[in-house]
Design a protein around this ligand. Structure first.
Ligand code: AGP
Length: 618
């Protein structure tokens, strides 16, 4: 998720664009850049690092700040590591066209090869530079205006995008377009100036009038003219819907949500989709990840897979153990990185290590990776931050495309990590033959339903809020789950602990009789995952044991459940899915529950006490 901002009008564009980038840094901040056009020359300034690093460049060279039209970008890398050359904006080969892009062009490799065959060369590794040269090639061949060239180019593109494009030969206009990534256009008085941004935060103090492009729409912005909005698919002109902005700046940065955590919970359908996008063709049973494909024999011949991680990522790794052993029949061990690195573990060159980390900077995980590498193991990384230390330290890897996770409590990172682990397990199961092709196809088609099922589940928010109000003053809570959902019980307990400061423990449901049941009384809320698949009858008897000791039961069940409904004090229903994917759904109620309890207790949800988003110290 990157941040785009642009200005065209009579004011100095530089301060508007740079301050806009600072407002958008929450969307991605591994590199940034700005294009300024002074009436004769395009000045492109860009650098790895924060917007403040970009300002150092322009402060030392004031001509880079001159002009009434500017485009800016803060990057959250998905293709090409964060460095100066991969930062946006990008020139076309002629250096007449400039683009900034938020999103992923899935078929960029095919387009790039065709452009290279036509004599194009590329400065960067990005999919974005491919797009701007495709636009240039079409503009040249068709002899058309920029708006038409962009429209034609986008009909050849597969993926998600929000773009702003500038043409030096037509300096009084900007072309913007969107599919899957947001674009807002601030409309100045009498159309004399326009503001473009990923959300309204960069321009809300200049104008309250905004057009939010819909997916598949392109806008031609010309100073002094009414905006023209067209459909990308057929170039048809449509009415531009100008809205009156009501939100505050703070609300806009959070997408209208009260906290980043809630925004990120709601981003999960898109984050899960973006994570499997381009990596699976469900109907054909195709799974492709270069990090796996290029190292397949290591995985297939491994004695075992060792998963190392911390916190929520460790919980995702535990789900990974169930996935790999159940589907691919590969032995797995899951280790806390902080323990693994110090316990003199037995590691051999026949081991494959999978390191999971949202930030890619967790010190214990990084140290455990180095230990594993020193003993000859092949190490594969699953990170959410492109170019992070762990991503660079591992032999190979795959990125979750969750976008920046700002809330300290990890939510969309967890579900996208499980999504990636599911794809890897299914890939290995197919290659090993431990699952039939048709079984793999069925799983992939089921996985493809998860984002819409998560979306439908987000409507349980009111019910979860009601339950939160009943148990917000509890001093201790228990979370129980079995099989694939035992890790979800641990994760649910961690969520509650870390943002509401209520003590909570997660247990395998059957473990109750080995001690914890002594804790049960009317003051102990017990959150139990009792989905239809996964030893349902056993969990029902666990629930009855608790009920007979006056414990309060809040159960997460499969839609249509009747048995548990008769016993539990509260029931939250989830849609039916294959057992291996139930964690992607059962975790949602626990994320929302911990969020609402923390809000009711007036805690700092996004920055809980004593915690950091990335634990880069031991
Ligand atoms: C989870 O909500 C916490 N923020 C924490 O446990 C986190 O998962 C852990 O520190 C690991 O972080 P990483 O995924 O960035 O390595």
């Amino acid at each position: 998720m990157c941040g785009i901002t642009a200005y065209i009008g009579d004011r100095d564009a530089y301060p508007i664009v740079v301050n806009g980038l600072k407002r958008l840094e929450y969307r991605g901040y591994d590199s940034s850049g700005i294009m300024m056009y002074d009436g004769e020359t395009i000045h492109l300034s860009k650098t790895k690092g924060k917007v403040s690093d970009l300002e150092e460049i322009t402060e030392n060279d004031p001509k880079r700040k001159v002009g009434n039209i500017g485009i800016g970008h803060t990057r959250w890398a998905t293709h090409g590591v964060p460095n100066d050359v991969n930062s946006h904006p990008h020139f076309s080969e002629s250096e007449n066209l400039v683009i900034v892009h938020n999103g992923i062009i899935e078929n960029y490799d095919t387009i790039k090869k065709e452009l290279i065959s036509r004599g194009y060369s590329f400065r960067s590794d990005t999919d974005t530079e491919v797009l701007i040269n495709l636009i240039e090639e079409i503009k040249k061949n068709e002899g058309c205006k920029l708006g038409k060239a962009v429209q034609l180019a986008l009909t050849n593109v597969i993926g998600a995008y929000a773009i702003a494009v500038f043409d030096k030969t037509k300096p009084n206009e900007l072309i913007v377009a969107r599919l899957g990534s947001p674009i807002a256009i601030g409309v100045g008085k009498d159309n004399e100036e326009f503001f473009v941004a990923s959300d309204a935060s960069p321009f809300i103090e200049y104008t309250k009038e905004a057009i939010y492009l819909e997916d598949g729409e392109l806008a031609i912005i010309k100073k002094g003219r009414k905006i023209k909005v067209r459909k990308i698919e057929d170039d048809k002109l449509i009415d531009a819907n100008i809205q009156e902005l009501q939100m505050s700046l703070d609300q806009i940065e959070k997408g209208g949500y009260d906290h980043f955590m809630l925004k990120e919970i709601h981003e999960q359908p898109k984050a899960i989709t973006d994570t499997y996008r381009g990596r699976m063709l469900a109907d054909q049973g195709v799974i492709r990840m270069s990090g796996i494909d290029d190292n397949l024999s290591k995985f297939l011949n491994a004695n075992r897979i060792i998963i190392i991680a911390c916190g929520t990522s460790w919980h995702a790794g535990l789900v990974g153990e169930y996935l790999f052993e159940d589907l691919a029949r590969i032995p797995v061990e899951v280790e806390y990185a902080s323990e693994f690195r110090y316990r003199n573990p037995i590691i051999t060159p026949n081991d494959v290590v999978i390191a999971i980390s949202q930030s890619g900077e967790t010190a214990d995980t990084l140290a455990a990776i180095k230990l594993a590498k020193s003993k000859g193991a092949f190490v594969f990384g699953i990170c959410n931050v492109v170019g992070s230390s762990i991503a660079r330290e591992t032999h190979a890897g795959a990125y979750t495309h969750a976008g920046p996770e700002i809330g300290v409590a990890s939510t969309k990172a967890f579900t996208t990590q499980i999504t990636l682990l599911s794809l890897i397990a299914l890939k290995l199961a197919k290659e090993k033959g431990s699952l039939s092709k048709s079984a793999v196809n069925t799983y992939l088609q089921t996985l493809q339903q998860i984002p819409s099922q998560v979306e439908s589940m987000l409507s349980i928010d009111d019910k979860v809020k009601e339950i939160a109000s009943v148990y917000k003053d509890a001093k201790n809570c228990l979370y129980l789950g079995r099989g694939f959902n035992f890790p979800v019980a641990l994760e649910g307990a961690l969520k509650l602990k870390e943002i509401s400061y209520i003590h909570a423990e997660g247990y395998p449901a059957a473990e109750m009789k080995h001690g914890p049941i002594a804790l049960i009384d009317e003051n102990m809320p017990v959150f139990v995952i009792a989905t239809k698949t996964g030893h349902y009858e056993k969990v029902v008897s666990n629930i009855q044991e608790i009920k007979s000791r006056s414990g309060k039961i809040i159960a997460v069940v499969t839609e249509g459940d009747v048995t548990v409904k008769e016993i539990a004090d509260h029931v939250i229903e989830i849609p039916e899915t294959e057992e291996p994917f139930t964690p992607l759904l059962t975790t949602i109620p626990f994320q929302l529950l911990s969020y609402h309890i923390a809000v009711m207790l007036d805690k700092n949800v996004d920055q809980p006490r004593n915690l950091a988003k990335s634990v880069t110290v031991e």
